[in-house]
Design a binder for this molecule. Sequence first.
Ligand SMILES: O=C1N[C@]2(CO1)C[C@H](C(=O)N1CCC(COc3ccc(F)cc3Cl)CC1)C2
Length: 304
Amino acid sequence: MMPEDGSPGLSPQDAAYKDLQRYTNADGQQIYCKYWKPTGQPRALVFVVHGAGEHCCRYDDLAQVLVGLNIFVFAHDHVGHGQSEGERMIVSDFQIYVRDGMQHVDLVRKVFPDLPMFICGHSMGGAISILMANERPAEFSGVILISPLVLPNPESATSFKVFAAKILNHLLPNLSLGCIDPNSVSRNKQEVESYATDPLVYHGGMKVCFGVQLLNATALVEKALPHFKLPLLLFHGTADKLCDIRGSQLMMDTVPSEDKTLKIYDKGFHALHKELPEVTSSVFQEVERWILQRLEATGAAPSN
Ligand SMILES: O=C1N[C@]2(CO1)C[C@H](C(=O)N1CCC(COc3ccc(F)cc3Cl)CC1)C2
C-alpha cells in the first residue's frame, strides 16, 4: 500500500526505495541507481547503459576495471527493469530511456561539472547511448558500444514480421514474441547460467508492444548515424544472433566521426563483456587503453 505522503514505496523486490540509491524520473517513477567510486579524485566519468531485460548490476566487472583507472562509473536500471519501477520490459516510448538517461547525466554533472564523460552501452543500451550522444554531443568525450542494437536481427525482423508486429501492436500488444535464449547471450556457460538464474533479469517473453519500440529505436538510430561525430569504440561478435553485426559495420561506415574503431571478435556471441575469458579480457583491455589514450589527448589529470 503506497504511503499517504507519496514518499517512494517499495522496489519490485520489496526493498524500501528510501534505503536504495535512486532518482525520480519525469513520470514520478523510482529509478534505481548504482555508483562505483574510485578512492582518489576521479579523472573521468563513465555512464554505463544496460540492455533489454537485464540490469545495471551486471556491469560490476566492467565498472571495477574502470574504477581501477580512477574513473567514477554510474548507471541505473531503466524503467521496467531490475530494481526500478514500471511494468517489466515495457516502455510506452523508447525516448523515455533516453530522457531518463539524460536526467541521470545531469544529476552526476552537478557533482562533477568539469570531468570528461564517456558513455558505454550494450545492445539496446547501445541504441539508447547513440540517441543520448546525438541529443547532447557536447556532453560526451566518446562513446563505447558493445554489440549495439543498430539493425534488428534479420530473422526476428523480416519485413513481414515488422509489418505484422505493427498491426498486432493495435490488436494484441501484450502477445509474446518469445524469450531471449540465454544460450545466445554468451558461449561462457557460467555466464549463461548466471543470466538464466538472475532474479533481477526479466525472463518472460518479449511483448509485441516492446518489439515495436525496439524497431522504432533502430529507425531513430539509423537517422542519427549521419550526425554522429563523437569518438567511437565499437565491439561486435561474428556469431551474434541477437544484434546483427552488420549494424556495427553500417555504423562504422556511416558515422562522420574521425576517431572510430570497430573490433570484431570471431565466433563471439552477444555479450562480449560476459564471454569466454580471452574475449572479455580483451574487451576490457581495449576499453581501458582507448579511454586512457583519449584522456591523455584531452590532458585530463594523469593517474597517480
Ligand atoms: O547481457 C545481456 N544482453 C541482453 C540480455 O542480457 C540482450 C538484450 C538486448 O538488449 N537485446 C537483445 C534482443 C534484441 C531483440 O530485438 C528485437 C526483438 C523483436 C523485435 F520486434 C525487434 C527487435 Cl530489434 C534487442 C536487444 C540485453
